[in-house]
Design a protein around this ligand. Structure first.
Ligand SMILES: Cc1cc2nc3c(=O)[nH]c(=O)nc-3n(C[C@H](O)[C@H](O)[C@H](O)COP(=O)(O)OP(=O)(O)OC[C@H]3O[C@@H](n4cnc5c(N)ncnc54)[C@H](O)[C@@H]3O)c2cc1C
Length: 340
């Protein structure tokens, strides 16, 4: 869609899944709010589903000014064709200058589909946004294997579209008193819009991955752990801390850990309260996925390891001595498995 001058406002695709708004979308509402305030425009959301009105209110409480609510049985769970049809109609009707989606599997597919219909650009997997002096959105994402950051602008067409990685932006505070408008949209959908039918919803693999992305405490192992079975000890540490286990790409490539447990540029981006990096050197591609963690604890026998540069607490030592001692001391202080 061209015609930059006619477009106004920031719109976020509010991704809903079963019984919750996805965390990446909530984080984008916070970032969208920041961008909309800089531009002095409204922040709207597009919420698609069936029986989801209460979540429109929730999205407003996180910072939206208004929600375009599209409800239809066909939209009850995500499907590419009807969702992209609805999104194209909404964007053509309301002409936002910026359209943001979380870079979940669905968000990536949806964004990739409907930017083509709109004939505009899409910057995928962004990790930061700025607003330029000319009020264009600067969409920033890692390039060349994470060694540099590409700054992308879409000056001629609207909307400026981007997907952003979950967990790179903090979650905004929910304000139960915040009020906004819910606009019920009437978009016709019929059997011709259904290209796939859901037969069964199986979550076991995704649940594991989701837990990593949403975990409060992550104990991550790197190549320094030497053997796959050391993950047993790391799991013990995770258990006493009430957390879960992740790892670097090297341990995933060695098949010591499943791919959905990988943290980093080509894995998951995480933002836990505590990230314990055990035998991880701190390559840029790993840091890209965990450096926004609240507190970082690194255990490494090399005092020069890069990971120490971004750590809040560093232990220089042999992980095979340090980790069991940590488990022992934590158990001594907190005998029950109460999470920290
Ligand atoms: C395009 C691209 C994408 C990538 N994506 C990712 C990604 O998503 N995630 C990712 O993690 N990597 C990624 N990588 C790989 C990345 O560059 C590094 O190779 C990788 O992160 C290194 O893993 P590591 O820290 O486990 O291993 P190493 O770099 O081998 O580090 C092992 C560390 O363990 C320490 N150590 C050894 N023995 C002990 C001991 N007994 N006690 C304490 N410490 C010990 C060592 O001092 C060392 O610092 C990517 C690379 C490329 C090119």
């Amino acid at each position: 869609m061209s015609g930059a001058r006619k477009s106004k406002g920031v719109m976020v695709f509010v991704e809903f899944r079963r019984d919750h708004i996805r965390r990446g979308s909530i984080q984008l509402i916070g970032e969208g709010r920041r961008i909309a305030d800089i531009l002095g425009v409204e922040l709207s959301g597009a919420l698609l589903g069936h029986g989801v009105e209460e979540y429109a209110k929730e999205a407003i409480q996180y910072g939206l000014d208004k929600v375009h609510l599209v409800e239809h049985p066909i939209l009850a769970s995500y499907a590419a064709r009807p969702y992209s049809k609805v999104m194209v109609e909404l964007v053509e009707k309301y002409k936002p200058e910026i359209m943001l989606l979380a870079a979940t599997k669905n968000g990536r597919e949806l964004g990739g589909r409907f930017y083509v219909h709109l004939q505009t650009g899409l910057a995928a997997d962004c990790t930061a946004f700025r607003v330029s002096e000319e009020k264009n959105l600067v969409m920033i994402r890692p390039a060349f294997g994470g060694k540099s950051l590409a700054h992308i602008m879409c000056k001629k067409t609207r909307p400026q579209m981007a997907t952003a990685r979950p967990n790179v932006f903090p979650e905004p505070e929910r304000d139960p008193k915040r009020k906004g408008r819910i606009i019920k949209e009437n978009i016709e959908l019929g059997p011709e819009d259904v290209d796939a039918k859901m037969v069964q919803f199986i979550t076991h693999m995704e649940d594991e991955a989701t837990r990593l992305a949403d975990a409060d405490v992550i104990v991550a192992g790197g190549h320094g752990i030497r053997r796959a079975d050391t993950f047993g000890t790391l799991q013990e540490l995770a258990d006493v801390l009430g957390g879960t286990v992740g790892g670097s790409r090297k341990v995933v490539d060695l098949r010591w850990l499943p791919k959905d447990r990988q943290v980093g540029q080509t894995g998951k981006t995480v933002r836990p309260n505590v990230y314990v990096a055990v035998g991880i050197s701190g390559a840029v591609q790993h840091l890209a996925g965990m450096q926004e963690s609240e507190k970082i604890v690194a255990i490494n026998n090399d005092p020069e390891a890069e990971i120490f540069k971004i750590s809040d607490f560093g232990i220089v030592g042999d992980l095979f001595e340090v980790v069991p001692e940590m488990i022992r001391q934590i158990r001594e202080r907190r005998p029950a498995k109460e999470p920290i």
